[in-house]
Design a protein around this ligand. Structure first.
Ligand SMILES: NC(=O)c1ccc[n+]([C@@H]2O[C@H](COP(=O)([O-])OP(=O)(O)OC[C@H]3O[C@@H](n4cnc5c(N)ncnc54)[C@H](OP(=O)(O)O)[C@@H]3O)[C@@H](O)[C@H]2O)c1
Length: 294
C-alpha cells in the first residue's frame, strides 16, 4: 500500500494574516504542512479550493483539509459558504469553521454545562447573557438544539427578539428574549444554567443577583478581561464550587476548548467530506474520551 500523503491544512483567514494561534494549534494537533492565506475574500475561495480538490487522487483527499478562521465570524461564515459552494460530487475536502474561536468556545461551554447537569441538557432551563455576539449565538443555538429551555439577553430587547426569531428558524425551538436592563433576578428565576457570553471587559451579572437564584447550578463566564462578566466568578474557575453553584471562568474552560480544537483538526483527516460547524464541533467534544482517530 502506498504511504499516506502528508496531512496538509489550508488556512483561509479573512484577517490580513492567517492566525498564528490557529497555525500552532493545527501543528500540535498533527497537521504536517500548513498553507496559509490571509486577507481572503469570498470571491477568491473557489480557485484556492479547486487547487486542493484536483491535485490529489480521491483516495488521498482525506489528507487535505481546510480551516476557516479570522477575527470576524461574519466574514468567516461567508468564506465557509464559498468553500462549500466550490465542492461538487466526490470532489471535496473536509473543513472546520472556527473564526474567532466561536465554535470551539461555544462547544466547550455547552459541554461543561452538560457535564455539570449529569450528561444531558434536555429540558434544562438555561440562559445566555450577551447572546447576540458570535459566541453567544452559537451557545444559544446549541442549547436550543439540545432541547434546553433557553432565555437570551441583549441590552436591547429588539436584538434579543431578532435572535430568538433566527434561532426558531435554525432549530425550531422558541427561545425567550429579555433585555439585560430588566429585572435580572426575575428573568433568571428558575434557570439551572447561566452562560455569560458578553463582550470582553463587560460586566453582565452581579453576585448579589446570581447568589439568590435558588435553581442555579452552573454558572459559566466566557469573558477573561476585567471586569469579568460575572461578579464572584474567577477567570480560572473550573467546576469550582461557589456556594451551591459550580462555576467556570474563561481560562478554566480554556483547556477543554483547546482539546476540542485539536481533536477537530485530527478528525478532519479521517475523511474528505466533513463540514465541522458548531453542532459537529460539540459532537467532537463529546468524543474526547475516546481514542484519537489515526
Ligand atoms: N476563551 C476563548 O477562547 C474565547 C474565544 C472567543 C471569545 N471569547 C470570549 O467570549 C465572549 C463572547 O465573545 P463574542 O465575540 O461573542 O463577544 P462580542 O461580540 O464582543 O460581545 C457579545 C455581546 O456582548 C454585548 N455587549 C457588548 N458590549 C457590551 C457592554 N459594554 N456591556 C454589556 N454588554 C455588551 C453585545 O450584545 P448587545 O449589544 O446585544 O447587548 C454583544 O453582542 C467575549 O468575552 C470573548 O472575549 C473567549
Amino acid at each position: 500500500m502506498a504511504d499516506a500523503k502528508p496531512r496538509i491544512l489550508i488556512q483561509l483567514d479573512s484577517s490580513p494574516h492567517a492566525s498564528v494561534f490557529d497555525a500552532v494549534t493545527a501543528i500540535d494537533a498533527g497537521a504536517e504542512r500548513l498553507l496559509q492565506y490571509g486577507g481572503i475574500e469570498p470571491g477568491q475561495v473557489r480557485d484556492l479550493i479547486h487547487g486542493a480538490m484536483f491535485t490529489r487522487g480521491l483516495d488521498d483527499l482525506r489528507s487535505t483539509a481546510v480551516f476557516v478562521g479570522g477575527s470576524s465570524v461574519e466574514a468567516g461564515e461567508q468564506l465557509l459558504e464559498a468553500v462549500k459552494q466550490a465542492f461538487f460530487g466526490p470532489f471535496r475536502v473536509s473543513v472546520l469553521f472556527d473564526a474567532s474561536g466561536a465554535n470551539t468556545t461555544a462547544a466547550a461551554a455547552v459541554l461543561a454545562a452538560e457535564r455539570e447537569c449529569g450528561g444531558s441538557l434536555a429540558g434544562v432551563a438555561a440562559a445566555v447573557l450577551g447572546a447576540t455576539g458570535p459566541v453567544g449565538r452559537r451557545v444559544a443555538r446549541l442549547l436550543c438544539g439540545l432541547g434546553s429551555k433557553v432565555a437570551i439577553s441583549s441590552r436591547q430587547l429588539d436584538r434579543a427578539t431578532a435572535l430568538a426569531d433566527a434561532l426558531h428558524k435554525q432549530t425550531g425551538a422558541r427561545a425567550e428574549p429579555f433585555a439585560s436592563g430588566a429585572d435580572q433576578a426575575q428573568a433568571l428565576a428558575g434557570r439551572a444554567v447561566v452562560i455569560a457570553a458578553g463582550a470582553a471587559g463587560a460586566r453582565l451579572l452581579a453576585h448579589d443577583v446570581w447568589s439568590r437564584l435558588d435553581a442555579l447550578k452552573t454558572l459559566i463566564d466566557l469573558n477573561a478581561v476585567p471586569p469579568l462578566g460575572v461578579e464572584g466568578v474567577e477567570a480560572t474557575d473550573k467546576s469550582k464550587s461557589r456556594g451551591a453553584v459550580k462555576a467556570w471562568g474563561a481560562l478554566g474552560l480554556g483547556g477543554l476548548k483547546m482539546k476540542i480544537h485539536k481533536r477537530a483538526i485530527q478528525e478532519l483527516f479521517t475523511s474528505n467530506d466533513h463540514v465541522f460547524d458548531a453542532e459537529q464541533v460539540l459532537e467532537i467534544g463529546r468524543r474526547l474520551d475516546q481514542p484519537t482517530p489515526s
